[in-house]
Design a protein. Structure first.
Length: 477
């Protein structure tokens, strides 16, 4: 039996890299991208550096093959802008005037490789396979790191049962191709969950395109999602691919799906059913193969019963549901999150959190959820004058809980454990910063060596473990 290496894009898209080809000659850009598609690499071609940069910003490619000679922008300037958008992007520069010095200069500036025109297609194919191999190794390394980070999971943090349930759901659904609907209040981290599902699944090396449906301009909504032809409407000066085409082979994340008007819901349903889009002003349909992840803070069940959301679209999206708890539903994670945000906004300052502050944080209802907690910590760091985070550094709404006579039993029960956990993490953090120097650690912590040893024993931290244990990474909401 003969092995068929050049499989169709639809079959290979989930296993290869998406490529953006930038060349000053449109026919060369189209030819190269067509050849790459034949080899199984989803590819798009363009002659405009700004279009290629937009593709990078949208997360719609993993590799950029760019001509050094471009109108209005040379290759090194383009390379700098790409790496500023995404430092992990693979950029291959191509030039008709090859020199060793030019190649060395490109590599020094961050290019993955440098090729000479005319580009040998087989050489480029092998180079892209090498990029894919490196990307896979990087992904495996991240997964190994996560095994030793304990409380963190794909940029999220939580030891509470409700968050562990979310992490378990992500692990299970990531390996499937089923549509996912993420439900949760604003600020709970719905996009982080969507990214975790994408990057832990078979689409990891392919585009992840996030769309905020609530921010789309109604008159341009169809064009943004499905693309348009040149001259389709006033201002359409050139043909433009839509976000569905940018996500082809990978995942499109439709955030705040409940904000879409009924007319656009009908068009979206047709795309999901037929797996093709028709750009505005075109009679041709373009096939797209994407995984759909949608999210909303609305009650879509009530919305479709009330006639404001299509019932057929709801059931099309709601194959697998992930419910994100509000922060008030997993208050026990507040100390860990507070520590993580302190590490982000005040790294190396060893800021202490007073018992009064922790009680306020545990008592507050957090209508803005984890995002609000992050903003609270950032504000305290910016306005605080010393190494202690006190009640006066908190926003007025949270300060009000300090004088409240209705401190809940849950907050009282959590506060003691929370402060102990904060102290444990602070000791570990200081040990990491001083390289295990116990005398210096005690000085920075403001305690004697005897007290330090007693604390280590209290928290069950062996001296060698404390000296070697890596600092936990900060997380986002």
């Amino acid at each position: 039996m003969l092995a068929v290496e050049e499989r169709p894009v639809a079959e290979a898209a989930r296993k290869n890299l998406s490529v953006c080809v930038l060349d000053e000659q449109s026919n060369q850009a189209e030819l190269t991208s067509a050849r790459l598609q034949k080899f199984g690499f989803p590819a798009t071609g363009t002659t405009h550096p700004e279009d290629a940069l937009q593709t990078v910003r949208a997360g719609a490619c993993r590799v950029v093959v760019a001509d050094v000679k471009m109108p209005g922008m040379d290759g090194l300037a383009f390379l700098e802008k790409v790496l500023k958008c995404d430092p992990g992007m693979f950029v291959v520069l191509v030039s008709g005037y090859y020199s060793v010095d030019a190649a060395i200069e490109a590599i020094k500036h961050g290019a993955y490789d440098f090729l000479c025109k005319p580009v040998d297609t087989d050489e480029l194919k092998l180079l892209l396979k090498r990029c894919f191999h490196v990307a896979r190794l990087e992904r495996e390394y991240r997964e190994i790191q996560q095994q030793f980070q304990g409380d963190t999971f794909e940029g999220m943090l939580g030891t509470s049962p409700s968050m562990q349930t979310v992490f378990s759901s992500i692990r299970k659904v990531a390996v499937t191709e089923a549509p996912v609907l993420i439900l949760g209040e604003s600020g709970t981290g719905k996009e982080l969950v969507a990214r975790a599902i994408h990057f832990r699944g078979p689409f990891a090396e392919l585009p992840f395109v996030a769309v905020d449906c609530g921010s789309l301009v109604p008159t341009l909504m169809e064009s943004e999602l499905f693309g348009h032809e040149k001259g389709a409407f006033t201002g359409a000066l050139k043909t433009k691919a839509g976000l569905f085409q940018s996500a082809n082979g990978g995942t499109i994340f439709l955030d705040e799906i409940g904000e879409l008007p009924l007319e656009m819901q009908a068009k979206l349903l047709r795309v999901l059913q037929e797996k093709e889009v028709r750009p505005v002003g075109s009679n041709d349909k373009v096939p797209v193969d994407v995984r759909i992840i949608a999210a909303t803070n609305r009650d879509l069940d009530a919305a479709y019963r009330g006639g404001t959301f299509r019932k057929d679209l709801y059931f099309r999206l709601n194959v697998v549901t992930v419910h994100l708890p509000s922060l008030r539903e997993h208050r026990s994670d507040i100390p860990l999150l507070t520590h993580a945000f302190l590490e982000r906004y005040a790294a190396g300052k060893n800021i202490q959190v007073t018992p009064a502050v922790m009680k306020c944080l545990l008592q507050y209802d957090w209508p803005g959820n984890v995002r609000e907690l992050e903003n609270c910590v950032a504000r305290a760091v910016a306005l605080g004058m010393d190494s202690t985070m006190d009640v006066a550094d908190l926003p007025p709404a949270i300060q009000a809980t300090h004088d409240s006579s209705t401190i809940t039993a849950e907050a009282n029960a959590l506060s003691t454990a929370a402060l102990s956990e904060m102290e444990r993490m602070t000791i570990l953090r200081v040990f990491e910063q001083v390289g295990g120097d116990k005398a210096l650690a005690g000085k920075l912590l403001g305690i004697s060596r005897a007290t330090l040893y007693r604390k280590l024993k209290l928290y069950g931290i062996p001296l060698k473990s404390a000296e070697k244990q890596p600092e936990r990474e900060s997380v986002t909401h």
